[in-house]
Design a protein around this ligand. Structure first.
Ligand code: ZN
Length: 526
């Protein structure tokens, strides 16, 4: 028996109602194409009746049809006391020309009566009429029973009658929604066990995460026989978000033996999560199950020595199956095993007697005590290891720099930097401007170095973070600067710590360039 689960993504509709999420019509199209490529079965594109942006998205989507996914448009039942064929919003839904429509209606008597202000019988007609009218237009119909679980708790009989109205109207799938996200898994289990046998069409689940239970509720629902799961990539959505489809897929495929996208596509799960966070401009969550940067990161020495003997000892699945990778972190908590693993990863050979490892651990502990954090700065860590064991030759040396920032009245401030470096016996002095002092310094350093190392032109700064920290000597507050740099080959992060933000930034910048140059030297070795 095939255990196929249909995935219904609503990142572009419910997800874009999340507080930090703002997607243009073009962003939505890019995400839709990515979801299509990944093999999500249904993509809810938006609510054309609610905003012009969504209407524009559907117009654009008509010109670039999806290959495998079905695009759906979302809308509400007709207004009270009108006819479905006269309802403006329903017309807009049909104008999208998509084959599948998702219609939501009220299952909770309180909502029908108090919020919409319509008699309970009229609400039932609104559901049935809307669906039967749209079915007659030849569309596939998904009915979202909004607030179903709350409605069921307050007025079981009425909530069930709303579902019957949808089925009588001709709905192809009934989706039970935990709209307020307040239902607990054992309540959901009881309600579904009672309800599922009464619904004569396939059933889906749409869970919100207000109790942190959207994933648990979705999993329980699948176990009880629902065949569609609705959710959003990375769980974006109103308030605490929706069920995170990324984690839903990870669990259904890897733990429960269901078929959603298959093992080949599953390897793109991490990439899909990061792509959507990139387009939505929300930093990816490191702790996100299956796909987060930290999902398979090991820091404790005991764990690392375990992993080296058998990865199963501290990993619930093979990270590569979901396109993620194992990371061994090095910090002041690290034992010998972490350093050994890391050095091997960096292609650095350490002497057998253990003296070098001791030296490296000592250096790391000393610097972490001053506020450095090497588990988040692997570029600086590599330099530290090479320096500690005498395998590092500085490609350039700083002689001096000077940075000036000027501001007049309310005009924008300007920054200039001059820098003097030496490379072997040569010296170079350059000056450059920048948007701010760090940018000016970065520009001046690159200008000075390009003559000697033309390769550095292909590196660029992708992220710059500053945090105020307390060192162990509680004298002055220090700042920790962490920068992320990329070139066509890789991304690396480096770190600097100082009471002076320019000094801390310089350390991180210098490490970033030194790292790049030492890598280039490695690559050019025969
Ligand atoms: Zn929702």
């Amino acid at each position: 028996m095939s255990k196929l689960i249909t995935l219904y993504d609503t990142t572009l509709r419910d997800g874009s109602q999340g507080e930090q999420v703002s997607l243009s019509a073009e962003d939505k199209l890019r995400i839709a194409q990515k979801l299509d490529e990944f093999g999500i079965h249904y993509i809810e594109g938006g609510w054309p009746g609610s905003n012009p942006k969504d209407a524009r998205f559907f117009e654009m989507a008509r010109k670039t049809p999806l290959r495998t996914s079905r695009l759906t448009a979302f809308g509400s039942t007709r207004r009270a006391r009108t006819r479905a064929d006269k309802d403006k919003n329903i017309k807009k839904l049909l104008n999208t020309e998509v084959e599948t429509l998702a219609i939501f209606g009220k299952s909770w008597d309180l909502h029908a009566f108090q919020i919409l202000g319509v008699p309970l019988d009229e609400n039932l007609s609104m559901i049935e009429d809307t669906i039967s009218y749209l079915k007659k237009q030849g569309r596939e119909l998904i009915y979202d029973a909004e607030h179903f679980f709350d409605g069921y708790k307050h007025n079981q009989n009425y909530a069930l009658r709303t579902l019957t109205a949808a089925v009588n109207g001709g709905a192809d799938i009934i989706v039970l929604c935990d709209t307020n996200g307040g239902t607990l898994p054992y309540e959901l289990q009881t309600i579904l066990s009672d309800t599922m046998p009464l619904i004569k069409v396939p059933v889906g689940i749409h869970a919100h995460n207000d109790c942190g239970l959207a994933l648990a509720n979705s999993i329980v629902a699948v176990q009880l026989g629902t065949t569609m799961v609705q959710g959003t990539i990375n769980g974006y959505g109103e308030r605490c978000g929706n069920a995170d489809l990324i984690t839903v897929i990870g669990n259904l495929e890897m733990k429960m033996g269901y078929d959603c996208v298959g093992p080949e596509k599953l390897k793109q799960l991490t990439e899909l999560s990061r792509y959507v966070s990139e387009v939505a401009n929300i930093p990816p969550l490191n702790q996100r199950p299956f796909v987060g940067k930290s999902a398979f990161a090991h820091k404790g020495g005991v764990h690392v020595s375990g992993i080296m003997k058998s990865p199963k000892s501290y990993e619930h699945i093979d990270p590569e199956k979901v396109g993620n990778r194992r990371r061994i972190l090095v910090s002041d908590l690290s034992g010998k095993s972490n350093i050994e693993y890391k050095a091997r990863e960096m292609d650095i050979r350490l002497k057998e007697n253990g003296h070098e490892i001791q030296k490296i651990v000592y250096e790391i502990k000393k610097l972490e005590d001053q506020g450095y954090q090497f588990d988040a700065a692997e570029g600086s860590l590599e330099l530290l290891i090479k320096k500690a064991i005498g395998q590092f030759e500085e490609p350039f040396t700083l002689e001096s720099f000077r940075v000036i920032t000027e501001k007049n009245h309310s005009g924008p401030s300007t920054s200039q930097a001059t820098i003097k470096i030496s490379v072997g016996n040569d010296q170079e002095i350059t000056a450059a401007e920048g948007d701010g002092p760090v940018n000016a310094l970065d520009n001046a350093l690159r200008k000075a170095l390009t003559k000697f190392f033309p390769h550095i032109e292909d590196m660029s700064l992708v992220d710059y973070k500053v945090r105020v920290i307390d060192g162990s000597e509680a004298t002055a507050a220090k700042v920790r600067v962490q920068i992320e740099t990329r070139d066509p080959r890789e991304i690396w992060s480096t770190i600097g710590v100082s009471p002076n933000i320019i000094e801390a930034s310089w350390q991180a910048l210098e490490d970033s360039v030194q790292y790049k140059l030492s890598r280039e030297a490695n690559h050019s070795k025969p």
